[in-house]
Design a binder for this molecule. Structure first.
Ligand code: SF4
Ligand code: SF4
Length: 138
């Protein structure tokens, strides 16, 4: 299974093309459903911070879900069953790299599916889908 990865964060110009692409998976025009986030590192000279789910093999977000709405995905990461989600926010708190973002419209997490849709919308080659190397746990 493949996972989303940041090739070189220094190439990012903060255009947010990846965010809009991700949110559009659901037909939305806004950004609230994006499962990838880009923010300034503090000044133009210092560039941007791109946060993507790292597809943990033993995902802490799934462990704290009280309703089993998050199931480990084969190859890493999680799959969300929105019908089961009660919006408690445990998963957001549990993610060690703060890669569980929150969809305020649905009051549920925005979970990366590692589909790679965003990759083609980055004009600068910041993102890629990569094969997981053996033994990586985060
Ligand atoms: S917000 Fe939803 S998916 Fe996340 S831990 Fe709570 S019930 Fe599970
Ligand atoms: S599309 Fe590429 S350059 Fe634009 S914000 Fe996303 S990662 Fe950065």
């Amino acid at each position: 299974m493949k996972r989303l990865a940041v090739v070189d964060v220094n190439l990012c110009v903060g255009c947010q093309g990846c965010l809009f692409a991700c949110a559009r998976r659901f037909g939305d025009a806004g950004l609230s459903r994006s499962a990838i986030h880009v923010k300034s590192a503090g000044g133009i000279e210092r560039g941007f911070i791109v946060t993507v789910c790292r597809a943990c093999l033993d995902p802490p977000c799934a462990k704290v879900c009280p309703t089993d709405a998050l199931k480990p995905r084969p190859g890493g990461g999680v799959i969300l069953n929105p019908q089961k989600c009660i919006g408690c926010g445990n998963c957001k708190e549990a993610c060690t790299i703060n890669a569980v973002f929150w969809d305020e419209d649905t009051n549920k997490p925005a979970i990366c599916t590692h589909c790679g849709y965003c990759v083609d919308f980055c004009p600068y080659g910041v993102l890629k889908l990569e094969e997981r190397e053996g033994g990586i746990s985060v």
